[in-house]
Design a protein around this ligand. Structure first.
Ligand code: SF4
Length: 349
């Protein structure tokens, strides 16, 4: 195929993508309705999280909070509990904050433009574009990593996709070709192509509906796109986690209200990798009278910028210090929102 100008490539996209999407769209629970509340919750859950992992969370969340009013009125602890394991907990808090604002300021009705949506807490340009196009048929692009990767490959664009200017350029070019009356389908078709065909590591070019347009494929250079800026190295933090057991219950405490995993529950822990002797002394100083080390375990948890290397000491104790809340197995799994970094120790207790 002869080379097309970049604009012509963008213009040709909807005609190729929309019929493919109509045939191949996966049946996902949030696609059963264009109700903004449902689309919004799904988009927030899908940030940084795989579709397969989100489906169960989404269905449970919708069963618990079927309307924006139900979410606005819910106890925060219940919202966090239903989010447990999805990570990035500020998303759950912002979700509820936004629900309250929409109920208080907009009578429970979502604003219907990307510009107005973006003014709400926790709704960035991507989510605003997704809601505006899918629910209100606005020609507003939803540009995430998937869309950046697809467009960088199709146009063999070597601008680093981490740069805001690249995102703006691709978003503006897409918005010029959003098809009237099919805006929601076009946004979802791009998302679907990125999730199912033009994947990061092994794109399925032979079955790709836009293969005839794709410069990276034509130049046999698919793996050279997208171009990214070099990644900053993750900081490694060592932590010691205390799994203190007494009378069938385990000690937990709440994290600070600000910072990483703010306000969530955790097993008591401290910075650094303590030796067994140091860990026993720490437990004595916290009044739990350790009587024996049951075992020690190593666990690693990776956040966006930090890697926690954790050593957990499972200590049997003779006293329930008031420094902690003491919870039985069922309460630990059912009642308290423990982030994954700590939940991974549950199997050791
Ligand atoms: S042809 Fe390959 S690289 Fe190009 S858009 Fe399709 S899947 Fe992606």
């Amino acid at each position: 195929m002869e080379d097309k100008t970049e604009q012509a490539v963008y213009e040709a996209l909807p005609a190729l993508l929309l019929p493919w999407y109509a045939e191949n769209a996966r049946d996902l629970p949030w696609r059963h309705s264009r109700e903004p509340y449902r689309v919004w919750v799904s988009e927030i859950m899908l940030q940084q999280t795989r579709v397969e992992a989100v489906i169960g969370y989404y269905n449970r969340f919708m069963a618990a909070f079927p309307t924006i009013y139900a979410l606005a009125e819910a106890e925060e602890s219940r919202v966090l509990k239903l989010w447990e394991g999805l990570g990035y907990y500020s998303r759950a808090r912002n979700l509820q904050k936004t629900a309250k604002q929409i109920v208080d300021d907009f009578d429970g009705v979502f604003p219907d433009t990307a510009e107005a949506l973006e003014k709400l807490p926790g709704i960035g340009a991507y989510t605003a574009g997704a809601i505006a196009s899918i629910c209100f048929e606005c020609p507003s692009a939803a540009v995430d990593g998937n869309v950046l990767r697809i467009m960088a490959r199709i146009t063999a664009d070597d601008s680093p996709i981490d740069l805001p200017a690249t995102k703006r350029k691709i978003g503006a070019a897409l918005e010029k070709v959003y098809p009237k009356g099919r805006c929601g389908a076009f946004t979802q078709a791009l998302m679907e192509l990125g999730a199912c065909v033009c994947t990061p590591k092994s794109p399925g070019c032979t079955a790709c509906p836009v293969q005839t347009l794709c410069a990276a494929h034509r130049e046999n250079a698919v793996q050279s796109f997208p171009v990214k800026l070099p990644k900053a190295k993750k900081r490694v933090e060592e932590r010691t986690v205390f799994l203190l057991r007494c009378g069938g219950e385990t000690a937990i405490c709440r994290r600070e209200e600000t910072g990483l995993l703010a306000g969530l529950w955790q097993f008591p822990n401290c910075a650094g990798a303590l030796t067994v002797e140091e860990a026993v002394r720490w437990a004595e100083e916290h009044g739990v009278q350790p009587v024996g080390l049951f075992r020690s375990v190593h666990r690693t948890h990776i956040f966006t910028h930090i890697r926690w290397e954790m050593i957990g000491y499972l200590l049997d104790c003779a006293a329930k210090s008031a420094d902690f809340v003491w919870a039985g197995r069922e309460a630990l799994t059912e009642a308290y929102a423990l982030p994954t970094a700590f939940r991974m120790f549950l199997e050791d207790i």
